[in-house]
Design a protein around this ligand. Structure first.
Ligand SMILES: [Zn+2]
Length: 839
């Protein structure tokens, strides 16, 4: 590692870990110094994989913090198809969480985050299937767009492009597209529509970030020919940060909380292997950037900037970083004079922020409220303070998006607070705040983003911003800040959120799936929330004509912004079985509002507003239940309890401490939530109680768990071994292995129709080895695979039944899949069915 001109600064808290993700960045001397060093490195790396959490944070941190390269992680998807260990959000809402987790991970390891429009539609066993469901041309275009936009010198693939079928199909597909793009990105006849924004680009070389894992065993890897491999010593210790590279990588990886990827950092030597696969070969094999000019010399007229930045770094004063400001301002103006359009904007933005950090220059624009509607007046309070001796002036303030300028000419005297109050009229045409890629309807495989310049952007695009134009040594530097809302929380302290632009009215049908088992009417409750003061109008519930809604319109009149009101419709279903989507629409004057406001609010990420169509699924079914009393033990989190309550069951959620023989006497069925045996360690000591419950003539239903990290080896009263078997093709044909088993016949007759319309997958982590006491009821498999028989296993135990099922009820029930409801009702009824036969 190269020598750093660093003083002992061990007392400083570095890479400070805050749980409030959106707090403004305030750098200390070491961080500023490192940013200055980074200014003098003009090289970049693009790391490509398929999902949030695929990326090797050790290598990203090494490239960013040790090599000082601009390092971008292109994750083709946002991870929508995964599971969620911290809440019940699935699909696109999970994608929103995982996007934010990646953004937070990059804040720690120093990389940048980018995406394609590809949707994580769920597990895929090979790249052929993946590329059929993704729009291959569009994903290829997005990879090429990323290469042209970031102009990487080197491209690194996480996965091997030559081994389809050995890992998730998305993984191999990502690497195949990366390899295909390597040459194509430089060809101007490929996706020429991109060239109004970017230039064709040829990266110098491409690698595959291999490891022993890809060879099967460490022994095989040790014995393998390594002529094409470059070994990098990445176990660097950053004395100035007080952390090893692996420790930083672990902090970054631990942001993936929704995936339960908390990671512990290692120390000491560590080697990363990269296999050269494309471009200019390495000869010395010491650096991935070998033979690439990564100095300012690569930019025409840049040489003197490099010389000046070297001087700034050498003379940097850790006790008073502001002494670097005159030279930094000079370097800033030299960069402005360049005739170049890639490094110039990038380095301008970096150096501007470094100047602000050196000065302790704090700029913020605070709104009075968390939410504002288009067309309203936004009251803003601006704060500008220069906490250094550097001479600075706030010349003008520009509000965006309408670019309204006000002259300030305010001298920012050392450490004296300046506040400016501004009233900002928001345009009627202003977009609502939401993840931009969710604005238009997606397909199974792709998100829709029509504006080329937005494609791949990680975060929400916030339009309401303030630009502070600051004069430093007569050089004007613009500082853009998104408008925030902040408040003091008695427990957490200062809490920062961004301003959200919201509709004047949002509504939400409270139950997302409503089941009608007969022709009696049901109450459908709708929550109305005012986005501004004084909203008055009517609410209607839109349904197909064969469903009867009363009343047709419900008037509402809400005086205060933020207030919620609940109203109810009576809905009568048709006599025949049917499914319908109900939409709630608020009408104010000639405007219609049909959005539901959803918040995603976890401490480790920035609070997100998502606007979805305000709707619910209504199902008229002839499904029968026997009214069992169910005890539910939550695992990682799922919405199965709400779905069962919909079916009319009396359901109680039990904490592990409540699992006692006495308490269980009140129930007929115990059901464990998804991954309960992965996440609830207390269950290891409750198995005897639960098995005795079964023995006494009751039913226990265990939903899917993963094989790797079970809290007990004794998950069932008989031997049962989980595997990675899954059926990802939701429409795979289901064969009945035990057609006469009560579970397929009572109280509901199950037919192959009941496996139609399933979403994303049939099931996962099926047991592959199980005791002969179990009856395997169902069999199915993905195309080209052997039959998988572990989806639904039922064993009599004592007088009762133990059931293990990997079927994805947690996905299907909230989506209103009737067949899944019927089958689960039969499982719940196993004991009642047996008792009625016995009588
Ligand atoms: Zn992955």
């Amino acid at each position: 590692m190269h020598i750093k001109h660093i003083l002992a600064l061990s007392a400083l808290l570095l890479l400070s870990q805050t749980n409030v993700a959106q707090n403004p960045k305030k750098s200390n001397s070491v961080e500023i110094y490192n940013q200055i060093e980074k200014l003098n490195f003009l090289g970049s790396a693009l790391y490509i994989a398929a999902h949030p959490d695929d990326e090797n944070t050790r290598l990203i941190s090494f490239l960013s913090n040790e090599v000082k390269a601009r390092t971008v992680y292109l994750s083709l998807t946002r991870g929508d198809g995964g599971q969620n260990l911290i809440g019940t959000q699935l699909r696109e809402l999970l994608g929103v969480i995982r996007t934010q987790e990646l953004i937070e991970a990059r804040k720690i390891d120093g990389g940048e985050q980018f995406f394609s429009r590809a949707n994580d539609f769920g597990f895929s066993k090979n790249p052929t299937e993946t590329l059929e469901i993704w729009d291959k041309e569009k994903v290829l275009a997005d990879v090429i767009w990323a290469i042209r936009k970031f102009q990487p010198d080197i491209i690194i693939n996480r996965f091997d492009h030559r081994s389809p079928g050995t890992t998730h199909g998305h993984h191999t597909a990502a690497s195949m597209l990366s390899v295909e793009s390597f040459k194509l990105a430089s060809n101007p006849s490929i996706f020429p529509e991109q060239l109004q924004y970017v230039k064709p680009w040829q990266a110098k070389r491409q690698f595959f970030n291999t490891s022993w894992w890809f060879y099967g065993t460490i022994e095989k890897f040790n014995a393998a020919d390594k002529t094409n491999l470059i070994a990098l010593e990445t176990g660097v210790y950053y004395a100035d940060l007080g952390k090893s590279n692996q420790e930083i990588a672990a902090l970054s990886r631990s942001r993936h909380q929704s995936q339960g990827f908390g990671s512990t950092g290692a120390r000491g030597e560590e080697t990363e292997y990269l296999e050269f696969i494309n471009g200019d070969p390495l000869t010395e094999k010491k650096s991935l950037f070998e033979g690439i000019d990564t100095s300012w010399n690569r930019v025409k007229g840049g040489k003197n900037i490099g010389i000046l930045l070297t001087k700034i770094a050498a003379e940097f004063n850790h006790n008073d970083p502001s002494r670097s400001i005159p030279d930094l301002a000079k370097a800033y103006s030299m960069i402005q004079a360049l005739d170049e359009d890639h490094w110039k904007p990038l380095k301008s933005a970096e150096i501007a922020e470094i100047i602000a950090q050196c000065a302790g220059l704090y700029l913020e624009a605070v709104a009075q409220n968390q939410e504002a509607t288009p067309g309203s007046i936004l009251k803003l309070k601006l704060e500008a303070i220069n906490r250094s001796a550097a001479v600075m002036q706030l010349s003008t303030v520009i509000t965006l998006p309408e670019s309204k300028k006000t002259v300030q000419n305010l001298n920012l005297k050392t450490n004296s607070t300046n506040t400016i109050n501004l009233d900002l009229k928001l345009a009627e045409s202003l977009n609502y705040t939401q993840p931009y890629y969710l604005k238009d309807n997606a397909t199974v495989g792709m998100y829709t983003v029509n504006d080329q310049e937005n494609i791949g952007l990680a975060d929400i695009i916030r339009e309401v911003k303030v630009v502070f134009n600051i004069k430093v040594n007569e050089i004007e530097i613009p500082y853009e800040r998104a408008v925030i809302y902040k408040y003091n929380d008695d427990v957490k302290g200062e809490v920062y959120n961004y301003l959200d632009i919201v509709p004047a009215i949002t509504t939400s049908i409270i139950e997302k799936v409503l089941l009608f088992k007969d022709t009696k009417s049901k109450t459908v409750a709708v929550k109305i929330k005012a986005g501004k003061d004084g909203v008055k109008g009517n609410l209607k519930l839109e349904l197909p004509k064969n469903w009867n809604v009363s009343p047709k319109l419900i008037p509402f009149d809400i005086t205060k912004k933020g207030t919620e009101q609940i109203v109810s419709f009576d809905v009568t279903p048709p006599s025949k079985a049917d499914e319908a989507v109900a939409k709630s629409v608020a009408i104010i004057g000639d405007q219609q509002f049909d959005k539901e406001q959803i918040f995603i609010n976890y401490e480790h990420i920035t609070k997100q507003q998502v606007l979805q169509s305000a709707e619910a699924k209504l199902i008229k079914t002839d499904l029968k239940t026997n009214g069992e009393r169910i005890a539910y033990i939550m695992g990682a989190g799922d919405e199965v309890p709400a779905s069962l309550t919909q079916l009319g069951y009396a359901l109680t959620i039990l904490t592990p401490a409540e699992i006692t023989p006495q308490k269980l006497q009140n129930f007929d069925v115990v059901m464990t939530g998804v991954r309960a045996y992965n996440t609830v360690s207390a269950l290891a000591f409750k198995q005897d109680i639960l098995f005795d419950f079964v023995k006494s003539g009751k039913t226990m239903i265990v939903q899917y768990n993963t094989a790797g990290d079970l809290v007990t080896d004794r998950i069932a009263p008989f031997p049962l071994k989980l595997s990675r078997d899954r059926v990802t093709e939701e429409d795979a044909q289901v064969r009945f292995l035990a057609p006469n088993h009560p579970v397929l016949n009572y109280p509901n007759k199950i037919t192959s129709n009941d496996f139609e319309g399933w979403k994303q997958e049939q099931g996962l982590y099926y047991p592959s080895v199980y005791d002969k006491a179990f009856t395997a009821v169902l069999s199915s498999n993905d195309k080209g695979e052997s039959p998988k028989n572990g989806a639904l296993l039922i064993a009599p135990y004592g007088k009762g039944h133990y059931v293990y099922t990997g079927l994805s009820f947690f996905r299907e029930l909230p989506e209103g899949v009737t067949g899944a409801y019927k089958l689960l009702s039969n499982i719940i009824s196993l004991q009642s069915t047996q008792n009625s036969v016995a009588q």
